[in-house]
Ligand binder design. Sequence first.
Ligand SMILES: [Zn+2]
Length: 243
Amino acid sequence: MQGRILNLFGRDVRALSDIFFPRQCSVCGTFLDYDQKQICGECLADMPLTYSWDYPDNFVERRIIDKGVYVEAAASLFFYRYEGFSQVIRTFKYQGNTALWRFLSAQLGDVLARCPRFSGIEAVVPVPLHPLKRYRRGFNQAEIIAAEVAKAFGVKSYPHLVRKRRYTKTQTAFGTGERTSNVRGSFKVTARMAVRLKRQGICRVLLVDDVLTTGATVAAAAEPLVKEGFKVSVATLASVEQL
Ligand SMILES: [Zn+2]
């Protein structure tokens, strides 16, 4: 009974606060109902999902395996180059709307945790930023995604298992082939941590990033994990459709 009262009270507070501080859909800008979070029902229904998680040898896996790095499974939640949804990514990168990203990351986590191809994931690992870049930005977006995805799998996120050891120029400045050589060898595994995880019997890891373009960055980050003997799968929130 008490829970119900609190629940009703919470709902009323949200409905009231919506009157004074209306919340808008992050994609189309329409005002949200009190029971909607971040994105309205219509935009959620229109979300350009890739369904890549259902298919072996999908475009995400091919982009990574083409770089010579073997991953068990890989998937992205939605396509990036759709008006509205690409806005979602940019808003986060430059304004840090973490609530929206946590919401989308939870969707990614839910989809993957229910997918047999991703069963048995024991740890989630974000693709790291170089410490200088992380300091400048104030956060690493992949860490936020990893934390939510880890929750869906009921496992922990390990932001320090892979480290960026060399500062690389922003990937967008390079062509496809150059991107691979720019990042190759720029990540390393924290040896002590790898040993600790293996002692705990953790072997299957899910490497997580925000946007997949050529796959060069996630392939470069996955490579040292594979060399350490981990079974690696990959998930990104969004994917660029055509290269
Ligand atoms: Zn909307």
